[in-house]
Design a binder for this molecule. Sequence first.
Ligand SMILES: [Zn+2]
Length: 475
Amino acid sequence: MSNDFRFYNSLTRKVDEFVPNEEGKVSMYTCGPTVYHYAHIGNIRTYIMQDVLVKALEYAGYNVKRVMNITDVGHLSSDADTGEDKMLAGAKREHKSVMEIARFYTDAFFKDFDAVGNKKPDVIEPATNCIPEFIHMVEVLLEKGYAYQAGGNIYFDTSKLDDYYVFSSAIEKEALQIGVRDDVEEDSNKKNKTDFVLWFTKSKFEDQALKWESPWGVGYPGWHIECSCISMKHLGERLDIHCGGVDNIFPHHTNEIAQSESYLGHKWCNYWFHSNHLNDRAGKMSKSKGAVLTVSVLKEKGYDPLVYRFFCLQSHYRKPLEFSFDVLDSNVGTYNKLVKRVSELKADGAVDENVKKEFEDKFREAISDDLNTSMAITILYDALKADTNDATKLALVESFDKVLSLDLIGHAKSLLEGGADIDPELLEYINEQIQKRAEAKKAKDFATADAIRNELLERGVEIKDTREGVKWQLV
Ligand SMILES: [Zn+2]
């Protein structure tokens, strides 16, 4: 096992060497989606980089157990407990029940999550499964004097902590204390501006759909308590790595630490991994700006979701990344060339184990160094150019793809075979349709051409226009 795995820890504000609580094992928690709407490609970037972290740790020899929650209750439109309930807003928008909305957007999320080559977490837990655990934690916090009841709700009392702003430098803390949330609607029940709700019984959401009995009356949990409880339920009292987007640092992760460590009476999580935003030309990508750009939308437009992953991997997770279709288009070309290059490798001869090890070491070093994914891709290109036989190169592509998950060998195979083991009737149909589409395009009848493309996609056949002509693959 490699003992030089390191990455940026938001808690210490530097790149730390990773030392797990238990040798060889990693417990990891990921804040999951709030399933009131689609996850946009910026959200998916965060999950891609977390997937790389899991696979890089596994490549370095660790055994990773990862848990993710699904927020299906309690998340208000402002992370600081004000605004509308997101699930309720989603249900109203679409004239469906909250549970229907949750089911629909959970499925949509995992469709996109899987399409970009992510491995599913070992445990996926909806918040509504864990109400007794939330109530228990709130009871203990009340007993220990870290929480109080006001106006029917239970709040966490942040003034009980010596250091609430754990992620901030001394200067940032000062600025936060002066300026904290002056801009948001004030909840007069709160003793301190930074206090947050653990359990709601009284709120302006009279028509809140999901409510449960509790010692404090019928109500529902606050958002932050979910992650602390679900993490402890499956990963115990000492967590190695907690992941999220930079947006989660304050207040969500700050509040998670406040309540978890007050509840436990000791340190909870050692490493905090945060990835940065995806921007488009207008700024940070968000759901509030009209149509949501999702991985499924990219797919409908004819892009392979793994090309989006390839695009993400070429930039460092801690830097904001700018998305545009121009850049994605150029990635299509680069990715296809890479697949073509792999398809030309002939698996003859024996793998040169020395060369293989030399490159694997370099690759491991790159991804173990704060997830240097662009360097890892450079090493892949170096391996393809190396003075060694094709069998060794193929073995390296296969090895690196355990982390990169670009399905290079799979795509290379389908490029070569052109669907050799496919049902002959379907093959005939596909060829016919491609022919018809070419004729429609020639006649500038783009509506028909698009309709044919979509119909094929519905039957699981994705077609692409490339410089070498129309290519297709089963999806
Ligand atoms: Zn969370």
